[in-house]
Design a protein around this ligand. Sequence first.
Ligand SMILES: [Zn+2]
Length: 289
Amino acid sequence: MSSPQPDPAALAVIVSYQQQTAQIRQQLEGFIRALWASLGVYRDPQMRDFAKQAAAEVIGAQRHMSAVTSAYLGQQRLLATGSSSVATVNPAKVTGAAVRNGTPMDEVYGRPFHLVWRDLGAAKELDTPPDDYVTKAIQHGEDRAVNLALTDVQLAKTHTTASIGARDAKAKWSRRILEGESSCGLCIVASTVTYHPGKLLPIHPGCDCGQEYGYTDEVPGSVLNDAVLAQGHAAIEERFGKHSPGARAIPGQDGLMYRDVLIEHHDGEIGPVLAIRNHKFTGPTDLAA
Ligand SMILES: [Zn+2]
């Protein structure tokens, strides 16, 4: 596999974008955790209050993510084509219920409460519920709320990118760019393939991948080297087990056998989701998170 040296200017644009998106994620996570902790009581009135405040903050973060993503794609296009002109994105189409197939945000941000209530109910049915079951249930709800919010800003990113790519006559292909720490094995392997511009990037819970557009007929070799790809294989094995069909069979090539291993599920709410062939999800909440 070739490991071309990335152009320093292009790399600087990517790094700056990654820093900005990481900051959006961090700030949003901090806000959601603080808001959740401030409630103290987790009943219906708090649910309504939380959902309202969380939704407002998430929409602000999504608009920010969309703006930063448009600017990044413009800079990337400038370097590649000499023109930074990208299509204007309507914020209403890449935020809120629009990126969850119409699911209202108060429903989405009520889910962490239903999770807490379910956990509490299950613990109470045990003969001897563990001492910390209340704390654990509340923590579980908080973590779910953070996952929902981070998925929402990721969806704002992927929808903005697809909207721009669909209207860029010069863009020939698009590719996933790993954002670092959060990249899972699925994304590492999936970053070796190219998509048609305008296609919505498949994600998974916790995904923070970015995308780049290519303006050349020829698709340059993946910047992934064998060592990174091996990490991807190991991560997939760890997550899905050594007996996942194909987990060991991903070749050290530019994604030639990608479709033999990685597949897309279509989730009715969040759209295309990355998965391993034949891997069974534990439940719909995996996808909606
Ligand atoms: Zn990802």
